[in-house]
Write a protein that binds this ligand. Structure first.
Ligand code: 5CA
Ligand code: ZN
Length: 482
């Protein structure tokens, strides 16, 4: 890790973000292909713990993990017309096998609907084969044309968790959308990432979907970032891929489908939202290292202190706490700086006085509050501190988020919020595409869609759409977006 200049998250978020993810050893962005980057060991662990959470949530709700091929034949990728229209500008093609030109071009999956659904057709015969609920965690490739940014807009999405479901009825698919929204809500809640849930405008829905529901969080620079989406695909793909089942009366019916996805943007949000000017701050649940022990050594007392440090290390490790003892021959201050930057939530300092008193000093990364704890029953104390940190990070992030959501009456106010207040404006909207696009233009931002979140604002009461003056009870969330 190299010594860094002071960085300011609010003044220059972009620079802050790039510095944190690289200097904290999460990723290396110097790979010589644009939009591709390397996960380093420390970052890869973080990624794994984040994925553990979503895996658990999906497994607990009857989803099963699968793995489909990366390559998709051209004709299959093109079967659903809206889908291919949406993706054709972003597809990477494999045209050769060695020196030989392939008869049929192969796409690197930009998402796996077409790969999966061509097989679902073969798996599904009767209503007894339904529902299907599967997911995979894979890389996908999208030739993004907007400016790429590590973790946020990449061309090789390395951490694409996509779930796909098939159902007998429209009602079941609708229920599945609700379950998916619940799963993602729990996932982001666990990570302390605040979000607003919106139904995307028609002009911004997923290519091939009936409608899309999206989770957006708010980055420190005032732009929102889409961190997850849930799509109701209706029968669009079932018709294109001939996914039918025989119902109880022996009649063949087209199935109904949903899909939902997240990516490493979740990790970008985690870094961006919890971090401060001293670097990353990771919730203990996903921190690659949860506790770092730093010996405070004075001449003549080295052995006593180190022995105590090693004993605490083995106690915590035995209890499954991810602990690291920093025995490097550099000053404690330098060690504090390094581990703070890397977001380790708890630091344990042990000096001669701590040894004498049978205690340790614990410093929290989120508040820098320092306290001593008796060495007996240290594990329980550390776990309590973990819970407090997690609670505080969640609360802090949510308060900040709520402060930056404004219910406005007209377009000028919306514009002011978006341009000068780093916020999300909520404005009445009739839900028509036409008015939606007009609002985008007028406020110089994006309509995220109709707000579905019930806990963020009071959604009751009717007002008028600022463009067409029709009465409406719906609010649109409007913001600048990533
Ligand atoms: N098949 C559907 C659901 S799995 C799908 O592909 N939906 S998506 O296009 O909306 O992507 C799902 C999520 O992946 C998005 O909400 C966004 O958070 C993330 N994502 C999409 N493109 C990128 C990208 N280029 N870089 C990083 N994350 C991305
Ligand atoms: Zn309108």
């Amino acid at each position: 890790m190299e010594k860094e200049e002071a960085i300011d998250k609010l003044k220059n978020f972009s620079e802050w973000f790039r510095t944190v993810i690289t200097v904290a050893d999460l990723v290396d962005t110097r790979y010589p292909v644009k939009g591709c980057y390397v996960w380093r060991p420390y970052g890869f662990k973080l990624r794994r713990y984040v994925l553990d959470i979503i895996r658990r949530l999906l497994d607990d709700t009857g989803h099963e993990e699968v793995l489909f091929p990366l390559l998709i034949p051209e004709d299959i990728l093109g079967l659903e017309k809206e889908h291919i229209k949406g993706f054709e500008g972003e597809v990477y093609w494999v045209t050769h096998g060695g020196l030989k030109k392939l008869e049929k071009k192969l796409a690197l999956r930009p998402t796996s609907e077409t790969a999966m659904y061509s097989m679902f057709k073969k798996w599904i015969h009767s209503h007894a084969d339904l529902p299907i609920k599967v997911y995979q965690i894979v890389n996908i490739f999208r030739y993004e044309t907007k400016a790429t940014r590590p973790l946020i807009r990449v061309r090789e999405v390395t951490t694409f968790k996509e779930a796909h479901t098939v159902h007998a009825t429209a009602e079941e698919a609708e229920e599945q959308v609700k379950e998916a929204v619940e799963i993602y809500s729990k996932f982001f809640d666990e990570l302390g990432i605040p979000y607003i849930i919106c139904r995307r405008p028609n002009f911004d829905k997923f290519a091939g979907a009936e409608y899309s529901v999206a989770f957006d969080t708010l980055m420190p620079d005032g732009r929102t970032m889409q961190i997850g989406t849930v799509h109701n695909l209706g029968q669009n793909f079932a018709k294109a891929f001939e996914i039918t089942y025989e119902d109880i009366n022996g009649k063949h019916q087209f199935a109904y489908q949903t899909c939902y996805g997240i990516s490493e943007r979740v990790i970008a949000a985690l870094v961006a939202i919890h971090g401060d000017n001293r670097g990353a701050i990771f919730p203990p649940s996903v921190a690659p290292i949860q506790v770092v022990i730093v010996p405070i050594i004075y001449k003549g007392e080295e052995e006593k202190v180190l022995q105590q440090c090693r004993s605490v290390l083995s106690t915590l490790k035995r209890e499954g706490i991810r602990t690291f003892l920093d025995e490097r021959d550099i000053s404690p201050g330098r060690k504090f700086y390094d581990w703070e930057f890397k977001g380790v939530p708890v630091r344990i300092e042990i000096g001669p006085k701590d040894v004498a008193n049978n205690q340790v000093t614990i410093v929290r990364r989120d508040t820098f509050v320092r306290n001593t704890y008796p060495i007996d029953d240290l594990t329980a104390a550390v776990k309590r501190v973990f819970a407090d940190i997690e609670e505080n990070l969640r609360k802090r992030a949510l308060e900040e988020f709520r402060k930056r959501i404004f219910r406005v009456k007209n377009l000028q106010e919306a514009r002011e919020i978006i341009q000068n207040r780093r916020g999300i404006a909520l404005i009445p909207w009739c839900e028509s595409d036409e008015c939606g696009m007009k609002i985008c233009e007028e406020v110089d931002g994006d309509v995220l869609g109709v707000v579905l979140s019930k806990d963020l604002v009071d959604l009751t009461g009717s007002e008028v759409c600022p463009i067409c003056n029709r009465e409406t009870e719906k609010l649109a969330a409007v913001a600048k977006t990533y």
